[in-house]
Unconditional design. Structure first.
Length: 263
């Protein structure tokens, strides 16, 4: 056991498979409803009802006082956007939907980007690069690698495409708790940080901005935006380190891992 990092037996990974699948199924379920004219509050309500119908509960509702079941972050909102009946989606928006469920004591945590109608070329390129960034980080995961290797792999993809990575927020350990060690930064130096060993479970969730990496938190205490109000995107998977590499627990059962989902 490493300090502040929970290690799980590979048999225990089965709990994460079920929780991760429910989180992914929730995003699959809501996909057809992400259209112009719907409110983020309505999407949140629908997802919570779906989670409960499958025997889970939202890990977000009530977490440090958070008021909703999911986080929905459009356009220049980086993360922790609070769903609202007043926030209506418009054609051309891009949004991140972040879902964490608790199922039988396990936390499944994932997020995806969605296009509301047809995105701009600029927005689509950002979203495509952000998915590539996440997958580069995941592919760096194996026993003997380090958290710095993950961050470096992600940072390289974002920067070669002219984007910045958010430094104020990062991935984290997950499993039987919502947030655990190790932190998975969106940047890093190869060979530094925590060494990866079988049994670790954590999220890889890069946040990539068109402009500056700098962030601002709004007066609600939750919503984080880009300081320059330019677009931001994020994808997130929960993964476990195996004896030979990694396992992704939150892949879409429908194969809807990145947009567009309905073409």
């Amino acid at each position: 056991m490493k300090k502040n990092i929970s290690l799980y037996s590979l048999d225990e990974f089965d709990g994460m498979r079920h929780a991760g699948r429910l989180a992914a199924e929730t995003l699959d379920y809501i996909t057809p409803f992400v259209v112009p004219g719907i409110s983020t509050g309505k999407l949140d309500e629908m997802m919570e009802e779906f989670i409960i119908s499958k025997g889970g509960i939202s890990a977000c509702r009530g977490y440090h006082g958070y008021p909703k079941a999911t986080c929905i972050s459009p356009n220049h909102i980086i993360c922790h956007g609070i769903p609202s009946e007043k926030k209506i989606l418009n054609a051309g928006d891009i949004i991140n939907i972040d879902v964490t469920v608790i199922l039988d004591g396990w936390y499944g945590d994932t997020s995806r980007m969605f296009f509301v109608g047809k995105p701009s070329v600029k927005a689509k390129r950002l979203v495509d690069t952000t998915y590539e960034t996440m997958m580069a980080g995941i592919m760096a995961c194996k026993p003997g690698a380090t958290t710095g290797d993950i961050g470096h792999a992600m940072e390289q993809v974002a920067r070669k495409n002219g984007y910045s990575v958010v430094m104020d927020y990062c991935g984290h350990g997950v499993g039987r708790v919502f947030h655990d060690g190790p932190n998975i930064l969106n940047y890093g130096v190869p060979g530094t940080g925590v060494e990866l060993v079988p049994g670790m479970i954590f999220t890889v969730e890069p946040m990539v901005n068109i402009g500056t990496h700098e962030t601002l938190t709004l007066s609600d205490g939750w919503t984080v935006i880009t300081k320059d109000r330019q677009l931001s995107a994020q994808f997130e998977h929960s993964i476990g380190i195996t004896e030979t590499g990694f396992e992704i627990f939150t892949k879409s059962p429908k194969g809807w891992d990145f947009p567009p989902y309905n073409e």
